[in-house]
Design a protein around this ligand. Structure first.
Ligand SMILES: Nc1nc2c(c(=O)[nH]1)N[C@@H](CN(C=O)c1ccc(C(=O)N[C@@H](CCC(=O)O)C(=O)O)cc1)CN2
Length: 295
């Protein structure tokens, strides 16, 4: 039987409907959450993602502010914009769209964001709390894609408890953060974090109950390396030119044949991507709720 779909588009729609109601409650307390985005340069993909964030905000009633800067923006100029947003009371949270141009020190920029306004959950203070508070409730924003992966499975009735999870990719936005989240006491998975230095990736994959693929290598996970009945979440995003149509399209890390052996699979597009967008909104709403004392 082919794998069932972990439908990120439908799940994100449900989350957005829930958030719309919470934004309405915030309004009763006189609070309007506000998300700002900072985009540097003209990368079409980043521009599309940022546009989507503003559309999502409008859909749930979050105010949004856009700061689009030219590719030539200097470190000092970008830091001044961050300082400005840190001080702006209308901005309850903001994100700096990644990747930044090569001449910018990304770590320094992420560290400059006020941790209380860090809608992406990527500030070292917030990532540090995620690591340190493994058994306590976390009252800070969590990275959106890892949170999206976990919630996508949970909202389809799947539990992570006791499962062996193999994550491919050690990047900060997905791989490292998801390891810290999945091993929290209330989630309770066992995680192997694999990467380009891993000696025998197929051997790890073949014994995994769950595979989270965030390598950015099209088709790196194929049916031959997947245990029958495994759950497979595809986070990888690569742009490839379709051999048949000649058009550019998104390719995930998971090959089509995996659907024949897995029990559940997240489509790509339509899986983790829409969840990333929805959970950014959740971070913004939760931050505003905490500030208003209703969370
Ligand atoms: N500051 C951040 N930068 C980046 C993040 C992030 O979480 N914070 N993640 C990615 C980009 N990203 C959000 O910013 C993102 C990527 C993909 C999607 C999405 O919905 N994708 C669609 C397909 C889109 C397409 O056809 O091009 C899908 O998967 O269905 C949303 C957000 C890097 N930068």
């Amino acid at each position: 039987m082919p794998a069932q779909r972990l439908d990120g588009t439908a799940t994100a729609r449900t989350i957005k409907a829930e958030l719309t109601e919470r934004v309405r409650v915030l309004a009763e307390h006189g609070v309007v959450p506000g998300l700002a985005t900072v985009l540097v340069g003209d990368d079409p993909g980043s521009r599309w993602y940022v546009g989507g964030k503003h559309k999502d905000c409008a859909e749930v009633g979050i105010a949004s502010i856009r700061r689009d800067l030219p590719e030539s923006t200097t470190q000092a100029e970008l830091e001044a914009v961050i300082d400005d947003l840190n001080a702006d009371p209308a901005v309850t949270g903001f994100i700096v769209q990644l990747p930044l141009p090569a001449h910018i020190d990304t770590d320094a920029i992420l560290e400059r964001v006020d941790p209380a306004k860090d809608a992406d959950g990527l500030h070292p203070t917030n990532l540090g709390r995620l690591v340190l508070r493994a058994s306590r409730e976390i009252d800070t924003p969590l990275p959106c894609t890892p949170r999206g992966v976990i919630e996508l499975a949970q909202r389809h009735g799947l539990s992570w408890d006791g499962l062996d999870v193999v994550v491919i990719g050690r990047g900060v936005t997905v791989g490292r953060a998801i390891g810290a989240l999945l091993t929290r006491r209330e989630i309770n998975a066992t995680v192997t974090l694999t990467h380009t230095g891993t000696r025998d990736l197929p051997a790890h994959l073949r014994r995994a109950d769950v595979i989270v693929a965030a390598a950015g290598v099209p088709g790196i996970v194929s049916a031959a390396d997947v245990k029958p009945g495994a759950i497979v979440l595809d986070v990888g995003v690569s742009r490839v030119v379709d051999a048949e149509t000649g058009e550019s399209r998104i390719a995930g890390d998971v090959a089509d044949d995996v659907a024949e052996v897995a029990s559940w699979i997240s489509p790509n597009p339509g899986g983790v991507g829409p969840m990333t967008r929805a959970l950014l909104l959740a971070n913004v709403v939760e931050t505003a709720e905490r500030a208003a004392g209703i969370r």
